[in-house]
Design a protein around this ligand. Structure first.
Ligand code: HEC
Length: 186
């Protein structure tokens, strides 16, 4: 009994200190998320100065198509982005509750400053304030998942892959993305 308790304690200690390689426990993620949303991310009370209209969202969408689709897909929900779930942390689904729970000001702050450390870059000095606020409008009015298809750049890649599949033996690629539907039967 005693040893079991000690084992339990040390497991708990490791879990709490976060020194482990596996995916974070839900407690850890909750704490990290709270920290991120409440402390790290600024701009909570900043008001979106753009009008909440379809036009604004559309303009935001155009900017999004230039700068963000490469990771977030056209629809902001990672459609057709083969590495989206391979990044650590994974590319966020912008329609998810976690993201939608941010205030407009926080979303603008995220676009401006990025999230460190992660693959989400900051766009300070690259995008105008106005453009970022409009993108926030687009994030609030995202189209249904998958409705805009995959970004062209990945479509071409998928087509090449399709040709390889039909033609000669495909080159061995260790990190086949889940987006490819065929399975290897070795
Ligand atoms: C190089 C890939 C990449 C590009 C380009 C990119 N993002 Fe991200 N984005 C990410 C990753 C990875 C995350 C997840 C970060 C995290 O969970 O800490 C993310 C997360 C986000 C989040 C949610 C943050 C959170 O706390 O969950 C928002 C909002 C966002 N991105 C908006 C944008 C916008 C708008 C653009 C274009 C201006 C953009 N991103 C461009 C990779 C990218």
């Amino acid at each position: 009994m005693k040893t079991r308790f000690i084992v339990f304690l040390s497991v708990a200690a490791v879990a709490i200190s976060g020194c482990k390689v596996s995916a974070p426990s839900s407690l850890e993620s909750t704490v990290a998320k709270e920290l991120k949303q409440k402390v790290m991310i600024g701009g909570r009370d900043d008001r979106n100065p753009t009008f909440d209209t379809a036009e604004t969202a559309h303009e935001g969408q155009e900017h999004f198509m230039h700068h963000c689709q490469i990771c977030h897909g056209y629809d902001g929900q990672n459609t057709g982005v083969p590495f989206a779930d391979k990044m650590s942390p994974a590319v966020a689904d912008l329609k998810s509750k976690d993201v939608q729970d941010y205030t407009d000001g926080q979303l603008k702050w995220i676009i401006e400053n990025g999230i460190q450390p992660s693959g989400m870059p900051g766009w300070k000095g690259i995008l105008e304030d106005d453009e970022m606020w409009k993108m926030v409008r687009y994030i609030r009015h995202l189209p249904p998942k998958g409705s805009l298809g995959a970004p062209d750049i990945f479509k071409e890649e998928a087509e090449e892959h399709e040709q390889m599949k039909q033609g000669e033996k495909p080159a061995a690629k260790p990190d086949e993305s889940k987006a490819h539907t065929h399975t290897h039967k070795h």
